[in-house]
Design a protein around this ligand. Structure first.
Ligand code: SF4
Length: 478
């Protein structure tokens, strides 16, 4: 949301009071900016500095505006169940992913990362499994079938044992959590997760592997475990108290590839892969800082490891974080040019390689919802965490809004495909041309020789009869 949109919303005529909450409570960041602004918004009655739901609850009970009100998990238990039916008012309903909060706060021992505001106002706490399952059931009763565990800073810690080195993961607790959620929604379509602290994997590799294996047993395909790598420049890491160095990050990526790199179904997406989060604009950074990140990514490519996505962001400097002070003493000297060079290098040199590993030609992406049409190209995404953007070549308007798509090509951050199964006797020239190995000349030959009774008939008219063998089971002959 832009600041002017926000101001417009505040100026709309309304009855009653306007509450504003969410991440905005820390200040507002202009798009592309790195410094949080203090907001002065005319028309907001209650700029919630803590939990907006608690401020609203207090207001409804007493009529008082108390922006600093906080909630407990006991209160959330009731609100989450009673409020679940609000999903029906969402314009995309039932095409929604409901985020289930697992915990809040930071579980890290040994100080906080300089930039982070998570848990700045609260200690680490977890929601009980039964509460999460009850919320899931209420959402499922309202028609939701896609879920993502969220909010938590580290899913591996959930239900773990507190030790001097951090929270030791407890695979049986994760199993209990996933089983309870699946039990609460028998028609569950998507179950994904969010953050995973690489420090936990480094400190407790065996327990972490056991926990990752449980996640991969119960989740649905295409899951992403987001890792806060931030910066691998040793001096930046030290100054900002970042979590891992390059060697540790490499071990973590290897371990997640071992636990989640497999596919649950033939032609499916990998079960769970790492997502890498890099941050620029940290204290002590200079033009050479991105080189360590670059070397790390090159090693991933060389070792044939896969990551699902790479996020590169500018750090936002929030008041009351260590970065606010550190940036005054050791401001980043990297500059925009070096940052853009590093970011573009990732987009051009690494993303395409990883995308081909995640969804090679012939992958079938299930239940892609078409969101936009541009002539003969549609764009859509499946439900899930960081869903792949899919460009779909269609000569005619697809009959359904939600279709399966077989991947035929790759862009730098999206895949291209055609509706699946491919009805070879009826589909258009464009779809046939897009089939791997076909192209214009063979597409013409196929169109002229239609109809075919079976795959063997089709193969027989091709100058290279085996060219479609790899995807023959995806072709339909009606
Ligand atoms: S980024 Fe660092 S400080 Fe923030 S929640 Fe994760 S481990 Fe804690």
């Amino acid at each position: 949301m832009t600041l002017s949109e926000l101001k417009d919303l505040c100026g709309l005529p309304r009855k009653g009071s306007l509450f504003l909450g969410g991440p905005i409570r820390h200040g507002y960041t202009l798009k592309g900016g790195s410094k949080a602004l203090d907001l002065v918004l005319d028309g907001v009655d209650c700029l919630c500095t803590r939990d907006p739901e608690a401020a609203l609850d207090h207001f409804l009970k007493t009529g008082e505006l108390r922006p600093e009100k906080t909630r407990t998990y006991e209160k959330i238990r009731r609100w989450a169940q009673l409020g679940a039916k609000v999903v029906k008012a969402h314009p995309f309903y039932p095409w929604l992913v409901a985020e289930l909060e697992l915990s809040r706060g930071c579980d890290r021992k040994g100080g906080r990362c300089s930039f982070c505001s998570e848990g700045a106002f609260s200690t680490y706490e977890e929601r009980p499994v039964t509460d999460i399952a009850e919320e899931t059931k209420a959402l499922a009763d309202s028609g939701v079938t896609a879920f993502r565990f969220g909010r938590c800073s580290n899913i591996l810690s959930y239900g773990g044992t507190d030790t001097l080195c951090g929270i030791r993961p407890e695979p049986s607790k994760i199993k209990e959590l996933y089983a309870a959620v699946r039990g609460a929604c028998p028609d569950l379509e998507v179950l994904h997760t969010d953050n995973c602290n690489p420090l936990t994997i480094a400190a407790f590799p065996d327990e972490s592997l056991g926990t990752l294996e449980e996640i991969c047993r119960w989740n649905t395909e295409g899951d992403v475990l987001s890792l806060g790598i931030e910066s691998l420049d040793p001096k930046v890491r030290k100054l900002n108290n970042l979590k891992v160095d390059a060697e540790t990050a490499l071990r973590v990526v290897r371990l997640i590839n071992v636990a989640g790199g497999h596919r649950k179904r033939k032609r499916g997406l990998p079960t769970a892969l790492p997502g890498l989060n890099f941050l620029a604009g940290l204290a002590g950074e200079d033009k050479g800082s991105f080189e360590a990140n670059r070397l790390f990514l090159k090693r991933l490519v060389e070792e044939n490891l896969t990551v699902r996505r790479i996020n590169i962001r500018q750090a936002m400097i929030f008041p009351r974080t260590p970065l606010a002070r550190l940036s005054k003493e050791n401001p980043s000297k990297a500059g925009k040019k070096a940052f853009m060079k590093w970011k573009n290098w990732v987009r051009e040199e690494i993303d395409p390689i990883m995308l081909k590993r995640v969804a090679p030609t012939g992958t079938v992406i299930k239940r892609v919802r078409i969101e936009e049409r541009q002539g003969r190209l549609c764009f859509g995404r499946p439900l899930g965490s960081y869903p792949l953007l899919v460009g779909i070549i269609t000569s005619t308007e697809p009959e359904c809004e939600v279709i399966d798509v077989v991947v035929t090509d790759h862009g730098s951050r999206s895949v291209t495909g055609i509706p699946c199964p491919v009805d070879i006797n009826r589909c258009g020239f464009e779809e046939i041309e897009a089939l791997p190995g076909i192209g214009k000349a063979r597409a013409r030959r196929i169109i002229q020789a239609r109809p075919f009774a079976c795959y063997q008939d089709l193969a027989a008219i091709l100058d290279e009869p085996g060219v479609l063998d790899g995807i023959s089971e995806l072709l339909a002959f009606r």
